[in-house]
Design a protein around this ligand. Sequence first.
Ligand code: ISJ
Length: 306
Amino acid sequence: MSSPEPTPDERLDVLRQQIDTIDDELHDLIVRRTELVERVGEIKRDAWGQVSFIRPGREARMLRRLNAQHRGRFPRPVLLRLWREMIIGSLCLEGPFSVAVFDGRGDGEFWDLSRDHFGSFAPMRAHRSATEVVTEISAGSATVGVLPVPGSHHANDDAHWWRALFSERPGTPKVIARLPFVRMPNSRAQDLDGLVISALDPEPTGDDRSLIAVELEGSEISRDRLFEGFERAGLRARWIDSHVTGGPANLRTHLLEVPEFVAADDERLGRLRNSFPDVAARVIAIGGYATPLTLDELRYPAPPAS
Ligand SMILES: C=C(O[C@@H]1C=C(C(=O)O)C=C[C@H]1O)C(=O)O
């Protein structure tokens, strides 16, 4: 006599037992992963007396790898969000970590953007002015700062905050990441973009953008002349923002972005300085970021246009 068909409840029990087994394995793996993270933290502390443990380049490469190898129906944004939570939870064990967030309009949009990236565990503080955020990082009161992408409509009167990064003084914050790295399909502001600054040099990830600021004395020059200067130095640039200081020297600072990694000591920066022979020029790479994943790479449909 054949055994009776299992009831729906019995079938659920069997599947749920398997899910419990998998959860136990995942949990065990997280415990083991944490032990390795702690050893990584010890090495950083021993080797460099590290105060900042975050490695945005490594994090970006990990997320790209997971996204590329993902299969099955589990939503990619959620998969990557889980890893973001795990990474930041781990990072907070290695040493102090906190986030200073620009919230100029008090609408919490950058707060959400920061939470999406830095997870639910990281201590965060909102600041009404971009200058305050930069000061927090320079003073070492926060590890990373989140600010609007210059020139975007989200930046207010502090839109030129990047000028504070135009300095070769050791400890000057640099741009180290761009948010969102993974654009969450249900986040409040779909067109919101931020830059992350920290007292840390960005690292190459194999797909990067760099921000280069050029300060020129004297009369205004056209954007085409700026682009020509970059081309002569072997760099293809996109204009982001300009700032006029004025004064007797009539200083103008321009921020441009190039689609590759440019380190602070890249020899092309010297060539760029000499690309404007008739004016005194100062050139500083103020940081860069791993190119964020695109909607196409994340393979979920774009939200409907409002
Ligand atoms: C473990 C490290 O430190 C941090 C934590 C990471 C993680 O949990 O995988 C990755 C990068 C760092 O921000 C590391 O540098 O590898």
